[in-house]
Design a protein around this ligand. Structure first.
Ligand SMILES: Cc1cc2nc3c(=O)[nH]c(=O)nc-3n(C[C@H](O)[C@H](O)[C@H](O)COP(=O)(O)OP(=O)(O)OC[C@H]3O[C@@H](n4cnc5c(N)ncnc54)[C@H](O)[C@@H]3O)c2cc1C
Length: 410
C-alpha cells in the first residue's frame, strides 16, 4: 500500500495522536468494509476496536476520563476514520455529536446555578456510561415529516411530562446504529399543558434501547452507507427518567440558532470519503491499488491527468473551507461565519460525490467492480447531501436568501 499522506497539516500533538491511532486500525477497517457493505451489516468489530483503544470516548472531557478532543480534533479524527470506513465514521458521528452537545455546547450557555448543577450530575452519569461501560449513543432526529429535522416545524415525537420523567411517543426514521446503540438520543418536543408542540420546547432525551415500548422496524437494504443500519424506530408510551435529559430544557432550541456549527460535524465523514477517492484514484493509475491493472500508458494520458488535477483542486477547496469553518465553531458566530458554514457543508457533501464520480470516470470501467473501494465510495458519497438539517438544497436556500436579505427585511 502506498504511503498515506496527512489530510491536514500542521497537526497539533493531540490531533497527531488521534490520527495515528485511527491509522493503526484503518487498513483493517477498510478491508472489513467490503463485507459490511455487501451484507449490509453494522461494523460491530470496528466499534469493538474503537472501544478497546478508548477512541469511543474521544470527545468526552478528560475530567470524566475521556480523551478530551476539541471540536477541531474530533473533526480531524472523524475525517481520518472516514477515509478508511465511511459508514463507521458516519455512525460514530451520531454518538460523538451527542457527547459534544451535552458537554461543550451546553457549557457555552449561561444557565442558572441550580440548572447547571443538575446538568453536571446528569452528564457525569452519561459520560461514565460511555467511558466505563462502553455505551454508544445513536441520534434519531429525522422523522417522516422532514419539516421538523429541517428546523421548520416542531418535532412530532412527543415527550409528555409524568411523575419522575417523560412518556415518549412517536416515530423516527433513518436511525443510524439502530440495532447496535445502547441509547437513542431522541430529539423530541416536550408537550405543553394543552398538549401542544412548540419548537422552543425541543428536548434531547437518552432513551435506553432496551426499554418497553421501543420497537425497531423496517429494513435497510439501500444504495450507499449500507453498513449504517439506519432503520426506523417506534416509541409507544416509553417511560424515560428525567435524569436522562442530555441537554437542559430550552438549550437545544437555542443551540440550533446560536451554535449552528453543531450540525457541521457530519461533514468530516464525507471529507474522508473524498480523500479516499483521491488516494484510490492515484494508487489505481499508478498500478498500486490491489487488483488494479499494472501502471501503463494511462498515467501519461492528458485526459487522465486533467481529471486527477480537477479532483485535487476540489479536494483542496473542500479541505481549506472546512478547516476554516471548524475553527470558527462557537457560540454566536457572525453572519459571515454562519453562511460560510452552510457553504462548507454544501461544498464537502457535493464535492465528495463529484470526486468519486470523477475517480470512476478516470480509472475506467475496470474500476466499477465491487472489489475496488471506489465503487463503494461512490455509493456512500451520494448520501452526504441528503443529510438533514442541512441538505444541499437547504444550504443553497439559506445562502441565497440570507445573502440578499437582512433579518426583518421583506
Ligand atoms: C446514510 C444515512 C444515514 C442517516 N442517519 C441518520 C441518523 O442517524 N439520524 C437521523 O436523524 N437522520 C439520519 N438520516 C436521515 C437524513 O438526515 C434525512 O432525514 C433523510 O435523508 C431525509 O429523507 P427524506 O426522504 O425524508 O427526504 P426529504 O427530507 O423529503 O428531502 C428530499 C428533498 O427535499 C428537500 N427538503 C426537505 N425538507 C426541506 C425543507 N424544509 N426546505 C427545503 N428543502 C427541503 C431536501 O433538501 C431534499 O432535496 C440518514 C440518512 C442517510 C441517507
Amino acid at each position: 500500500m502506498p504511503a498515506v499522506a496527512d489530510m491536514f497539516s500542521p497537526l497539533t500533538q493531540s490531533q497527531r495522536r488521534f490520527v495515528d491511532a485511527v491509522r493503526a486500525l484503518g487498513p483493517e477497517f477498510q478491508q472489513r468494509g467490503f463485507a459490511y457493505d455487501d451484507e449490509g451489516r453494522f461494523p460491530v468489530e470496528n466499534y469493538a476496536d474503537l472501544k478497546r483503544t478508548k477512541l469511543h470516548a474521544i470527545n468526552v472531557p478528560t475530567r470524566y476520563g475521556g480523551l478530551g478532543a476539541t471540536y477541531v480534533d474530533y473533526g480531524v479524527f472523524s475525517a481520518e476514520l472516514a477515509r478508511w470506513c465511511g459508514a463507521t465514521a458516519l455512525t460514530f458521528n451520531m454518538h460523538a455529536a451527542t457527547v459534544m452537545w451535552s458537554s461543550v455546547i451546553v457549557d457555552d450557555f449561561d444557565l442558572p446555578a441550580d440548572a447547571k448543577k443538575q446538568h453536571e450530575k446528569r452528564r457525569a452519569a452519561m459520560h461514565d456510561k460511555v467511558v466505563n461501560e462502553g455505551a454508544i449513543f445513536a441520534q434519531p432526529f429525522s422523522e417522516p415529516n422532514s419539516a421538523a429535522a429541517a428546523g421548520k416545524a416542531p418535532f412530532g415525537t412527543a415527550a409528555k411530562r409524568v411523575d419522575g420523567g417523560y412518556l415518549v411517543n412517536g416515530t423516527k426514521h433513518f436511525a443510524s446504529l439502530s440495532g447496535y446503540a445502547d441509547y437513542y438520543a431522541v430529539v423530541c418536543t416536550e408537550e405543553d399543558k394543552e398538549g401542544l408542540h412548540d419548537v422552543k420546547n425541543t428536548i434531547l432525551l437518552a432513551v435506553p434501547a432496551k426499554t418497553n415500548g421501543v420497537k425497531l422496524f423496517g429494513g435497510w437494504d439501500v444504495l450507499g452507507m449500507r453498513a449504517t443500519d439506519s432503520r426506523s424506530l417506534d416509541f409507544k408510551d416509553v417511560f424515560v427518567p428525567e435524569d436522562n435529559l442530555l441537554m437542559p430544557p430550552g438549550i437545544y432550541y437555542s443551540a440550533a440558532l446560536k451554535w449552528p456549527h453543531m450540525f457541521v460535524s457530519l461533514t468530516p465523514s464525507y471529507l474522508g470519503i473524498a480523500q479516499a477517492a483521491f488516494d484510490f484514484t492515484v494508487a489505481y493509475l499508478r498500478g498500486e491499488a490491489e487488483g488494479a491493472p499494472p501502471a501503463g500508458p494511462a498515467r501519461h494520458s492528458a485526459a487522465k491527468q486533467l481529471a486527477v488535477a480537477e479532483m485535487r483542486i476540489k479536494l483542496e477547496q473542500a479541505k481549506a473551507l472546512w478547516w476554516r469553518v471548524m475553527h470558527e465553531a462557537r457560540l454566536n458566530p457572525t453572519k459571515e461565519e454562519r453562511l460560510r458554514c452552510y457553504a462548507a457543508q454544501y461544498t464537502v457533501m457535493e464535492y465528495a460525490n463529484d470526486l468519486c464520480q470523477l475517480g470512476i470516470r478516470v480509472c475506467g470501467g475496470r474500476s466499477i467492480f465491487k472489489n475496488f473501494l471506489i465503487e463503494r465510495l461512490y455509493r456512500d458519497s451520494r448520501c452526504g447531501s441528503l443529510m438533514l438539517p442541512w441538505t444541499a438544497e437547504i444550504c443553497l436556500e439559506r445562502l441565497g436568501r440570507e445573502s440578499l436579505f437582512e433579518p426583518g427585511e421583506k
